[in-house]
Design a protein around this ligand. Structure first.
Ligand code: HEM
Length: 427
């Protein structure tokens, strides 16, 4: 069953259960649920493998089902769903004009993340060569160097989120793409603002700020593309321009959108891998000590940290055609949510999922999703995680958590810590 490329035909979908709906709302709709979703995931996993929400979407929680759904080509991306737009507009208190204006802006943007084949295949093949594990591995020494340069100035009380977790991935992706380092600070709040668009529930202000930030990033990257077009460099932006201008294999809008996606995906998520991961290690001292005595365990440790508290908790697909699942009619347009965070804690897949075990050997987590949209940056994120944790446990005599309950970002899709104060002890 685990190797199947389509959603299990015998999947039992609970159709109407107010207690499941209530539990789901307590997960996405309350600050407590968003802060600690894991006890709610556990209850959902115990109550059944799949359930339908009153608005018609279906929710999957188990590892095998989420993985199958993400590999099933009957389900894909649909960003042009007027019903969903209307529902979101109502939820956020937006006017029809505001939501249509935003929809128009995103129309034909050509972002890889929201495309289906054949456009997705064409675009992904253009950039995938730059992100293969082998190409990325060549960057290891350089990433170690960047990390050591950052750490050499850090000791005693430090906010890891501010001083390390965002700077490292932002530096690496800026170098790769060719975004000048002095623009990192300008991009940072803008990127963060745009990630709110991923959230299922957001305020009108957050929505309007996100659209504005998206437009600003777009304008800055357009300027940069124009600059590189006049004087190319050895970077990804110049490479994409050559592909665009050489054989017309991507449109100008796709070129900008690809730069924007790579830049944003390149730092917000890995920042949270570093923050969530270090917090997990410091709240499980025996695992921290194990890694400290065996820094070479940083490879399995990163897999486990990704599983234990994933930076991305939810993914989704839309039924591209009518489907039948176990006699259940699933009409075209139905949204299926995969709770990756729950799948990573599925007790039928992982033994004692609530335990952090850096030598766990039970296969990869679903944190990078699966199927054709499997995270393109996974080798880079893994490399950065391995380097950071290895350097942290080797460069310091000890690391102590100062704030046992650090403030978190109040979001459910991207999961991260706002401020992580630790004591970096050098001797
Ligand atoms: C720990 C860090 C990361 C996590 C947890 C993560 C997670 C994910 C997930 C879950 C998806 C799939 C989305 C979907 O199915 O719709 C995805 C896609 C993607 N990620 Fe990552 N990501 C990480 C780091 C990165 C980095 C460093 C980069 C960049 C350079 C990157 C670039 C992308 C791109 C371009 C896609 C779209 C792929 C496609 O649609 O074909 N990610 N990521």
């Amino acid at each position: 069953m685990a190797a199947s490329n389509s959603l299990d035909d015998s999947l039992d979908i609970t159709l109407s259960d107010p207690s499941l709906d209530e539990l789901f709302m307590s997960l996405v709709g309350t600050p407590e649920g968003r802060k600690n979703p894991y006890p709610i995931y556990r209850q959902l996993l115990e109550m059944g493998p799949a359930f339908k929400l009153p608005m018609g979407s279906i929710v999957l929680t188990k590892y095998d089902h989420c993985r199958q759904l993400l590999r099933d080509n009957r389900f894909g991306k649909d960003t042009n769903n007027p019903d969903e737009r209307r529902q979101r507009a109502e939820l956020m208190g937006l006017t029809q004009d505001e939501i249509e204006d935003a929809a128009k802006f995103f129309e034909n943007r050509g972002s890889l993340l929201f495309l289906n084949p054949p456009d997705h295949t064409r675009l992904r093949s253009l950039i995938s060569r730059a992100f293969t594990p082998r190409t990325i591995e060549k960057m290891r020494e350089h990433v170690v160097q960047i990390t050591q340069d950052i750490l050499k100035d850090l000791e005693n009380e430090v906010d890891i989120m501010e001083k390390l977790a965002w700077i490292l991935p932002a530096t690496v992706i800026s170098e790769l793409l060719g975004v000048p380092q002095d623009q990192r600070e300008t991009f940072r709040p803008l990127v963060r603002a745009t990630t709110m668009l991923l959230e299922p529930v957001l305020s009108r202000d957050d929505f309007l700020m996100a659209i504005e930030a998206f437009k600003q990033i777009n304008a800055m990257l357009t300027d940069l593309v124009n600059l590189r077009r006049m004087s190319p460099k050895d970077d990804l932006i110049s490479l994409l321009i050559a592909a665009r201008d050489g054989n017309d294999s991507l449109s100008e809008m796709e070129l900008i959108s690809t730069c924007q996606l790579l830049y944003a995906a390149g730092f917000e998520t890995t920042t949270n891998l570093i923050g969530n991961g270090l917090y997990a290690l410091l709240t499980h001292r025996s695992q921290f000590e194990l890694l400290k005595s065996n820094p070479e365990l940083c490879h399995p440790a990163v897999e486990e940290l990704l599983r234990f508290d994933s930076p991305v908790q939810f993914d989704a697909r839309t039924a591209m055609e009518d489907a039948d699942i176990n006699g259940q009619f699933v009409p075209q347009g139905t949204i299926i949510l995969t709770i990756l965070g729950a799948a990573n804690h599925d007790f039928t897949h992982f033994k004692n999922p609530e335990d952090l075990n850096i030598i766990r050997d039970e296969g990869p987590p679903l944190s990078f999703a699966n199927g054709i949209h499997y995270c393109l940056g996974a080798p880079l994120a893994r490399l950065e995680g391995q380097v950071v944790f290895q350097q942290l446990v080797t460069q310091y005599k000890d690391i102590e958590l100062i704030d046992l309950d650090p403030p978190r970002r109040d979001t459910i899709i991207l999961r991260g810590i706002k401020e992580l104060k630790v004591n970096l002890i050098t001797r």
